[in-house]
Design a protein around this ligand. Structure first.
Ligand code: ATP
Length: 355
């Protein structure tokens, strides 16, 4: 059992609020991604959980025990920075075994633990090689091995794939996820890369200026973003916004944009009149010759299995993801048909979703 519970944790540096009062729970065996742009407070949150930074307010509980004031090494947590820091003068076996040796564990037990860990990571064939000659992937696995050999209750990882190139990154994303499936250790993973978060995490916390804007499974965050910020941060290309004016009633609504009627999904509450926006993902737009919201093709980006068509509309560019075999020419007039069931609706002023 290893559950991480963060209760109203806040961090202030001088008069700068790095993390606003935040609460969330990472359940036993769960993989949480803390996602957001640089400076939003991800690392500070992680460092407080690790015990490297003291919260200004709030509590941190590990398996129900209040560890807020415990030092880092009194918490059974492995903190993994960029996964490359190895001891260059030691071989793979010694690198992986180092944390156990510093704990004073006996040689025979170290040996069996290191071998078991190396098998798990499929590097048991290189245990006696020096780390200096290893390729990037193997170095990363050795660094991971050093983190998991202690069998900590939880893993905290801060952009561990930060410096890797794209291709290698996607290999390591798969490996990390697979490793997680095998050892099921509770993990918090900090990243600014939404694709990484979507691919690996059971839950995502999207942060913005020290605030957790949304906390939930990847699909919920993608399908039902809680704010325009989240909608814009997740997805590539991100969600489109199409502005309109008016109030909305609880239940079903039909609005008119450019004299075209659009049915909105059911709303749980009335919404006072004001500036609003429809949010629509690129894959939830169909393009046709007649009818629909009118626009003209601005550019197309061919992606092999599909293409992204940018369409100039009255209030900006809208991007649609459509089959690759449809042909479009620059300046061609098209109609946009939006998938009513999949739309989001936002109040522009606050950026909050009302659906
Ligand atoms: P990055 O990906 O750039 O590390 P982050 O989301 O992890 O971003 P944090 O490192 O948590 O962000 O920093 C949040 C804010 O708190 C930043 O504006 C940072 O400058 C500030 N900050 C962090 N540590 C300190 C500190 N020790 N003293 C003062 N300000 C700090």
């Amino acid at each position: 059992m290893s559950e991480i519970r963060v209760e109203n944790v806040r961090k202030v540096f001088g008069d700068f609020v790095a993390v606003q009062a935040s609460s969330f729970v990472v359940e036993d065996g769960e993989f949480l991604a803390l996602l957001g742009p640089s400076g939003c407070g991800k690392t500070t949150t992680l460092r407080m959980i690790a015990g490297l930074e003291l919260p200004t307010d709030g509590k941190i509980l590990l398996d129900g025990e209040d560890v807020t004031f415990n030092r880092a090494r009194e918490r059974d947590i492995a903190f993994v920075f960029q996964l490359f820091a190895l001891y260059p003068h030691m071989n793979v076996r010694k690198n992986i075994g180092f944390p156990l040796k510093s704990q004073g564990m006996g040689r025979a037990e170290i040996r069996s633990r290191v071998e078991e860990t190396a098998k798990l990571l499929r590097i048991d064939h290189i245990l006696d090689r020096p780390v200096s000659g290893l390729a990037g992937g193997d170095r990363q696995r050795v660094a991971l091995g050093r983190a998991i050999v202690r069998r900590p209750k939880c893993f905290l990882m801060d952009e561990p794939l930060g410096t890797l190139d794209a291709e290698f990154r996607s290999v390591m994303i798969r490996e990390l996820r697979e490793l997680h499936n095998r050892i099921s250790a509770t993990t918090i993973y900090v990243t600014h890369d939404q694709l990484e978060a979507m691919a690996m995490a059971d839950k995502i916390a999207v942060m913005n200026h020290g605030v957790i804007e949304q906390f939930g499974p990847p699909q919920e965050i993608y399908d039902r973003p809680a704010s325009m910020y989240v909608a814009d941060f997740i997805g590539s290309p991100p969600m489109n916004f199409i502005g309109f004016n008016g109030g909305l009633k609880k239940g079903g609504n039909e609005i008119a944009i450019d004299h075209v009627n659009i049915r909105l999904p059911e709303l749980a509450e009335d919404v006072a009149p004001g500036e609003m926006a429809i949010g629509v993902r690129p894959e939830h737009i169909r393009l046709r010759d007649e009818g629909g919201l009118r626009g003209s093709v601005y550019e197309t980006e061919y992606l092999g299995t599909n293409q992204i068509v940018s369409i100039a509309m009255v209030d900006g560019i809208v991007k649609a993801r459509v089959p690759a075999d449809l042909a479009f020419s620059h300046g061609q007039n098209v109609g946009l048909e939006l998938d009513s069931e999949r739309l989001s609706v936002f109040v522009k002023d606050t950026g909050r979703a009302v659906r």
